[in-house]
Design a protein around this ligand. Structure first.
Ligand SMILES: Cc1cc2nc3c(=O)[nH]c(=O)nc-3n(C[C@H](O)[C@H](O)[C@H](O)COP(=O)(O)OP(=O)(O)OC[C@H]3O[C@@H](n4cnc5c(N)ncnc54)[C@H](O)[C@@H]3O)c2cc1C
Length: 446
């Protein structure tokens, strides 16, 4: 790959960093003395512990990256696994809707990358990845570059505001700050909790995006938790749930029953509400058919794969989510068995869920360990497990577990062995927390 494919780095510097010739080394020297110190720092190698084995750099310490780093070391203890994340600590999205409604505290969701790395014997680098170069096998971070033998990209998703008619970057920024969606960054969750706890009266809009968005059930679950909070606070409010899909996408009967039996005074569910624009000044959301005024809102736009993939020139820009061109069974970038894409950034249409990402990572870690030995492993499906809180005090939840299979006739992945539990109850509520606790234990502790 050309050095010009690096993201977030100016072109003279790109030329310098990607160089493997003497001429380019000279250019690097010239260029680096002319650059301010903060930029020159990027040319240095990031400080890590020296290790002997092949280095596998994992970009993104979410549910995918944490599983990946741990299982890489299990499948090949000699690997020098390095997990890089820009966040200083991990705050879980799964179970966060229960936190919004005060069913658990923030400690339950918060975990330390230092503990995870220590427990599973890999290195953690708290840094932002700016780009990577496949020719020189370098990842560029805000702490300097890191060499790799294998690279796993698990950076998650980004919002795509252009798909709800907001194209101008400044308006996108304002929309994000005023009405965060709560699906990418944990600060969004804290803002949302404050909003739900201070809302006085009127219309509060939530929406469900279309396409393959993160956690299919979570926007419906969040509407239930928001209604439970308003009911507990005894405020007069309407939650207008604008669904950009023709009907409830998952656990349909369960959510329909919850909306009608528990929250008919609060939730007004509107399907086929394709958002076409947002007038931030006048607090109005437009669909093809109508305009909806709101007093406050949580706006969750459709999503796309991390732009790191696009910036590095490995994304298929024709795909709606700008996913990478990867082998659907082995996850590596087509033509490069040293670079893998996993988790919610993946190209396969598996449910964008933490459990899916984590179980998939366990398999891909095995694929990479086998590749290093010149071997192959048989494809196995990720597993999706998703709990949805429906009521509180005590917490009640429903769930779905599913696998996937590849249909060679249709040439697509389909659901396989699905177990749906749409009757929510307190056992489901307890199970939702026990599941999350078990996953945190697996990712962070011995
Ligand atoms: C409210 C809510 C409820 C949910 N409920 C469930 C549930 O019940 N069950 C379930 O299975 N899933 C659930 N999910 C979905 C789950 O959170 C995601 O599917 C999962 O987090 C995806 O894992 P990932 O590793 O691909 O991405 P993430 O967990 O988002 O991790 C990506 C990581 O990459 C890091 N990163 C990105 N770019 C860079 C960069 N340039 N440099 C350094 N680091 C970078 C980010 O900081 C982040 O830590 C829920 C999500 C939400 C929002």
């Amino acid at each position: 790959m050309a050095a010009g494919a690096l993201s977030g780095i100016s072109s003279p510097l790109q030329a310098a960093i990607g160089a493997d010739t003497a001429a380019k080394d000279a250019a690097a020297a010239d260029c680096s003395t002319a650059l301010p110190f903060s930029i020159r720092k990027l040319l240095n190698e990031a400080t890590l512990q020296t290790a002997k084995g092949a280095r596998v750099v994992v970009v993104g310490g979410g549910w995918s990256g944490l599983g990946m780093a741990k299982y890489l070391k299990i499948h090949n203890p000699a690997f020098d696994a390095v997990l890089i994340d820009k966040r200083p600590e991990f705050i879980s999205f799964p179970a966060s809707n229960s936190w919004l409604a005060d069913q658990i505290n923030l400690d339950f969701l918060t975990h330390s990358y230092i503990d995870a790395a220590k427990a599973h014997n890999y290195q953690f680098l708290n840094s932002t990845v700016l780009g990577f170069d496949r020719a020189s096998k370098k990842v560029f971070t805000s702490n300097g570059y890191v060499n790799y033998d294998y690279l796993v990209l698990a950076p998650g998703i980004e919002y795509d505001y252009s798909r709800i008619g907001v194209d101008d970057p400044e308006s996108q920024m304002r929309l994000y700050n005023d009405y965060p969606g709560g699906f990418v960054n944990s600060s969004e969750l804290i803002t949302i909790k404050r909003k739900l706890n201070t809302f006085k009266s009127g219309t509060f809009i939530l929406n469900v995006p279309n396409g393959e968005y993160r956690c299919t059930a979570a926007p419906y679950e969040r509407a239930c938790m928001a209604a439970a909070i308003f009911r507990k606070r005894r405020i007069r409010a309407t939650i207008l749930l604008l669904d950009m899909n023709a009907e409830i996408r998952i656990k349909k009967q369960g959510f329909e029953k919850a909306f009608s039996s528990l929250y008919s005074d609060y939730i007004n569910y509107l399907p086929s509400a394709e958002i076409a624009g947002v007038d931030i000044n006048n607090k109005t959301i437009s669909t093809e058919f109508d305009d909806y005024q709101f007093d406050d809102a949580i706006i969750y736009p459709p999503v796309r794969a991390s732009s790191l993939l696009e910036d590095a020139g490995i994304a298929n820009l024709k795909s709606p989510q700008k996913v990478a061109n990867t082998d659907p069974f082995k996850y590596h970038v087509v033509g490069d068995e040293h670079v893998y894409v996993t988790g919610d950034s993946r190209s396969q249409p598996f449910s964008k869920g933490g459990h899916t990402a984590n179980s998939e990572a366990q398999y891909v870690a095995e694929v990479i360990a086998a590749h290093a030995l010149g071997k192959e492993v048989r494809w196995r499906s990720p597993q999706t497990m998703c709990f949805s809180a429906v009521d509180i005090n005590p917490l009640k939840a429903m769930s779905i577990i599913t696998f996937y299979k590849f249909n060679p006739q249709a040439k697509e992945f389909q659901f396989d062995r699905t177990h749906m539990m749409e009757d929510w109850n307190t056992e489901g509520g307890q199970a939702s927390l026990a599941w999350a606790e078990g996953m945190y234990r697996d990712m962070f502790y011995k």
